[in-house]
Design a binder for this molecule. Structure first.
Ligand code: SF4
Length: 115
């Protein structure tokens, strides 16, 4: 009887030791949520939504008409309401493209001035 108790205690000790060794490591693991994965994806040149909205990575390559009092020549993703800076320089998430990355110097027909 005493031996069973000591075996059980030993097993529990080993189990608890391995769990307590792993727990601090779990705090280092950051899960990649579907939202952040989407934020990291760049809008490719052949993206259907990008084509529909005439998205270009160089704003000057697009015909931009004056909009809401802002000359077309001054419109870029960087001063668009839908643009949000990311950790990647010169790239930011665009709400119109499900927060996928667009070039700060780019442009599309969905442009509206930042608030
Ligand atoms: S909606 Fe704005 S930020 Fe998004 S691609 Fe068009 S111009 Fe760029």
């Amino acid at each position: 009887m005493g031996k069973e108790i000591s075996m059980l205690s030993r097993r529990q000790f080993i189990k608890l030791s391995s769990i307590s060794a792993v727990l601090p490591l779990l705090s280092l693991v950051k899960p990649i949520s579907p939202a952040s994965a989407a934020v990291m994806a760049k809008v490719p040149p052949d993206d259907p939504a990008g084509i529909a909205l005439k998205y270009v990575e160089v704003a000057g390559a697009a015909v931009r008409t004056d909009k809401m009092g802002v000359p077309g020549s001054e419109q870029t993703c960087g001063n668009c309401r839908f643009y949000k800076d990311s950790e990647i320089p010169e790239w930011g998430g665009c709400a119109l493209f499900q927060n996928r990355l667009v070039v700060k110097a780019g442009w599309c027909m969905g442009w509206i001035p930042a608030a």
